[in-house]
Design a protein around this ligand. Structure first.
Ligand SMILES: NC(=O)c1ccc[n+]([C@@H]2O[C@H](COP(=O)([O-])OP(=O)(O)OC[C@H]3O[C@@H](n4cnc5c(N)ncnc54)[C@H](O)[C@@H]3O)[C@@H](O)[C@H]2O)c1
Length: 407
């Protein structure tokens, strides 16, 4: 599984190049080192976790795209499909069966659809689908979540923002994924001194957790536009004051990076006022969760955005940022682009298979250029299709020779 440092590109549109890898360690020179499967291996085990709702629909498309692009590029896959979330609860009584986690840990990369749904909403916390996903991220130790938000030129008008605000947006949100308030203790329900019921959580970060995500973000910024914005709430929260102190200390090692700090409330506002001011953003778990969803809307639809979650070792976890969309599940309405682009991230950052990743990303752009759209990104004059037909169109683009000028 060891690979040498590779110059990879994190952006699905290849606008801003940077080094990336699935598993990260930092050499003395602070370069990102990839220890994922080597491209020369050319044969990989992939754990597929379709999950719930639209998950199986979009994973089916992504699997076909992986297979076809793999056969063209000479890559073989062994897929292991496992249960997660509500599907796992129904079959086994737990949201993350031991077998799912152990198979995922043994594979070269994990591709996830989505989990959750009305059926399990009232379950106790430890029996919620979402608990399974958090346990999976924790089990794989994937602490860095990369969420590109790129406005595709073909979809500028699908953005809810004015064309001049949305056009050209190309930012990367790096969210800390395994710490902070989602995992901090103490947490729970109690009673206060007045006998009133309470609910509480703890926002807590240890120095090493901040340092590793901040270092990761500096490295990413270095390979993108050289600008890093650290988002916190250091005017109120001690955990944020500590976050800022550590980020500032680390900045000494990155004099070439233009570092700024922004309070999260301002960042939420600036993201819709002038998103082009951002290049790379780093933030904690909860702020990253919210801001990356907000950033996604700039791009037109949550159905367009992939993500990669990476750790120091072991397989990366690749998933669309959307949920299980129970309102459209089973109706062939899901947009599979986000999952297909997640498969491209899997190839690029998980396996170091850049050519195959490139092929998929170009196929997505080609399919958009040919006018095919699911309902969430439809605009008059384009061709409205369902998830399955869009998948077939993506396959045609994967197979076709795409002329350089067409993109
Ligand atoms: N990573 C995950 O698996 C994940 C993430 C977020 C939410 N969830 C779960 O998903 C369920 C629904 O949550 P939600 O409604 O807040 O978020 P959601 O992302 O599932 O849906 C929000 C809206 O976006 C639409 N949408 C989402 N993905 C789409 C796609 N690919 N194509 C077209 N439209 C799409 C949905 O139809 C819905 O209107 C909940 O159970 C939630 O816990 C899971």
């Amino acid at each position: 599984m060891a690979a040498s440092l590779q110059s990879l590109n994190l952006n699905p549109l290849s606008l801003k190049p940077f080094h990336k890898s699935s598993t990260l360690t930092f050499s003395k020179s602070n370069s990102i080192r990839c220890s994922a499967a080597t491209p020369s291996k050319r044969s990989y085990t992939i754990t597929l976790l379709p999950g719930d709702g639209i998950g199986p629909e979009v994973i089916s498309v992504a699997k076909d795209v992986l297979l076809l692009s793999g056969s063209i590029e000479g890559i073989k896959y062994e897929f292991h499909e496992k249960l997660l979330g509500g599907a796992a609860l129904d079959a086994t009584g737990v949201p993350l069966p031991d077998e799912t986690l152990s198979v995922a840990k043994e594979s070269d990369a994990v591709l996830l659809g989505a989990i959750g749904g009305y059926k399990w909403d009232k379950n106790e916390k430890h029996l919620k689908p979402e608990t399974g996903l958090l346990q999976l991220r924790e089990g794989l130790k994937v602490f860095a979540n990369l969420r590109p938000a790129t406005v595709f030129p073909q979809l500028v008008d699908a953005s809810t923002l004015k064309r001049e605000v949305a056009e050209g947006v190309d930012l990367m949100v790096i969210r800390e994924l395994t710490g902070g308030i989602y995992f901090g203790k103490p947490r729970g329900f109690g009673t206060n001194e007045n006998g009133e019921e309470t609910g509480y959580n703890t926002e807590i970060y240890a120095a090493h957790e901040i340092d590793r995500i901040a270092r990761f973000a500096f490295e990413v910024a270095r390979k993108r536009g050289g600008k890093l914005c650290s988002v916190d709430k250091a005017n109120v929260l001690e955990a944020s004051m500590f976050w800022r102190k550590r980020v500032l200390a680390l900045a000494q090692e990155y004099p070439d990076i233009e570092l700024s700090h922004m309070y999260v409330d301002n960042a939420a506002m600036q993201l819709i006022r002038n998103p082009k001011q951002f290049d790379t953003v780093v933030t904690n778990n909860i702020f990253g969760d919210i801001l990356s969803d907000e950033a996604s809307m700039i791009t037109g639809s949550i159905g367009m955005l992939p993500s990669a979650s990476l750790g120091d070792s072991g397989p990366g976890l690749f998933e669309p940022i959307h949920g299980s969309a129970p309102d459209i599940a089973g109706q062939d309405k899901a947009n599979p682009f986000a999952t297909v682009l997640s498969a491209a991230m899997l190839l690029r950052y998980g396996l170091g298979e850049e050519k195959a990743a490139d092929r998929i990303e170009k196929a997505v752009l080609d399919t958009l250029n040919r006018g095919f759209r699911t309902a969430d990104i439809y605009s008059p004059g384009t061709k409205l299709v369902g998830c399955k037909q869009l998948g077939e169109e993506i396959l045609k683009s994967v197979e076709s020779h795409i002329p350089a000028g067409a993109l």
